[in-house]
Design a binder for this molecule. Structure first.
Ligand code: GLN
Length: 294
């Protein structure tokens, strides 16, 4: 069979299994198997594929057709232009979450000069102590460390296996981000940061059953389930972050598209933070809340 026919066949099979992006996934799996890029498929469209490759390709397609996420087959997901290792122990980094990283990096990159201490002025920049709470794969923390040379990133997660994945990503992407196992602020008693970022679990428990098959059957539930109203983790964070922020330290949280008002109110009611700003993602939905310690 020719390359073009084989990949088309893969696409049909995935479409029949109700996969969301059958064409992209069929091409990605062919690239993963052969090591070529998407352009390669186009260039070799009319070439014959050897029977062994054909068989292996259809095996991959069948796995994907059983609704295993593409990224669990390839083992990677691109995020902020970096390639992160992923596995069933961590949430696959979402493009929506780039909004959180972009905003964090913007704040860190735009430190006004008058805010610098004497030594920071000598060095020419402020050193930012950043905490990535519920780090999962480390995509948020490691990306911030990659983008901001002046950020010292620490991340934590209750899942030991997630922390192992985050450490591996920090190593692979050559950053000094550190990751520790622990429940929320548990490992950080007495420690204060310039910025806390988090993408905690925020899906309402009764919404889990209507998520896509790939998500509900293959991604870690502990990374998704935010309790009855989806806000359980925000309650803990809003309550405790103030004790772990330096004066005027930033709190940046990813939120569900319909949680902006709840979070704004929760932050206001706590009385500890400056008025929160809600930032939208690329498709224009509320995605991040940002505030400062008063
Ligand atoms: N945005 C993710 C999803 O819709 C959820 C991420 C989270 O709960 N932190 O699958």
């Amino acid at each position: 069979m020719k390359t073009r026919q084989l990949v088309r066949e893969g696409e049909y099979r995935l479409a029949k299994a109700y996969c969301m992006d059958p064409k992209i996934d069929a091409e990605e799996l062919y690239c993963f198997l052969t090591g070529m890029d998407r352009m390669g498929i186009f260039m070799k469209a009319e070439e014959e594929v050897d029977p062994e490759t054909e068989e292996k390709y259809m095996e991959l397609i069948e796995r994907r057709a059983s609704r295993v996420p593409l990224q669990h087959i390839t083992g990677v997901q691109e995020f902020m232009g970096y390639s992160f290792d992923v596995n069933p122990d961590v949430l696959i980094p979402r493009q929506d979450t780039e909004t959180l990283v972009t905003e964090a990096a913007r704040i860190i990159g735009e430190t006004p000069r008058e805010k610098l201490s004497f030594f920071e002025k000598l060095r020419g920049e402020k050193e930012w102590d950043v905490l990535d709470l519920c780090c999962g794969s480390g995509a948020v923390g490691v990306s911030i460390a990659k983008i901001c040379a002046n950020a010292k990133v620490t991340g934590s997660d209750i899942s030991e296996r997630a922390v192992e994945t985050a450490r591996e990503n920090a190593r692979k992407l050559r950053t000094k981000a550190k990751f520790v196992v622990g429940d929320m602020f548990g490992p950080f008693r007495g420690k204060k940061f310039d910025m806390i970022v988090s993408n905690p679990p925020y899906i309402r428990t009764n919404m889990i059953s209507i998520l896509q098959e790939e998500v509900k059957s293959h991604e870690p539930l502990t990374a998704l389930d935010g309790g009855r109203d989806g806000l359980d983790f925000y309650r803990i964070i809003v309550d405790e972050a103030a004790d772990h922020l330096k004066p005027e330290g930033f709190l940046l949280l990813e939120i569900g598209h319909d949680q902006g008002e709840d979070l704004r109110k929760m932050l206001r009611d706590s009385g500890k933070y400056s008025p929160a700003e809600v930032i939208r993602d690329l498709p224009g939905r509320d995605r991040v809340v940002k505030c400062k310690l008063k």
